[in-house]
Design a protein around this ligand. Sequence first.
Ligand SMILES: [Mg+2]
Length: 171
Amino acid sequence: MLKYFLPNQHVKTVFDIQPETLKERGIKGIITDLDNTLVAWDVKDATSEVLQWFKIMKDHDIKVTIISNNNQERVEIFSEPLGTPFVYSARKPLSKAFKTVAREMELKKEEVVVIGDQLLTDVLGGNLAGFYTVLVVPIVKTDGKITKINRSIERRILNYMRRKGKISWEE
Ligand SMILES: [Mg+2]
């Protein structure tokens, strides 16, 4: 069971993920979380760095879709200026949104990476749906209410995995 909480890769920020390395591995699509992955959860709009990252992916024909558990208003206001497809109220870690998006991208599971900052939603959901998962360090330490509970569970899982030698990164 615990293996589903283990990401395939761990990076500091989403900007460490670049098209060249993705393409080497045959990746053609990205499913990314929004809050604390692309911007802090309380930041409304994409930063210039985020805009640039989306542009680079587009230039390399890598499709990006945002999947968020947050509400329509939040996800729509952020995503529309980026011209990127998005799913709000996605109910991660349920597999449905991940699978639907891969189908809409017309890509196979092996061609898509799932990126997010939370083990209990992004990593668990991506793993259960059969995707390659990448965990990023949350942009800010603060969180919304529900996320706070998830974080305390997450902390325990991470500590356990660290003790078992399953993860080697430092935070
Ligand atoms: Mg998040």
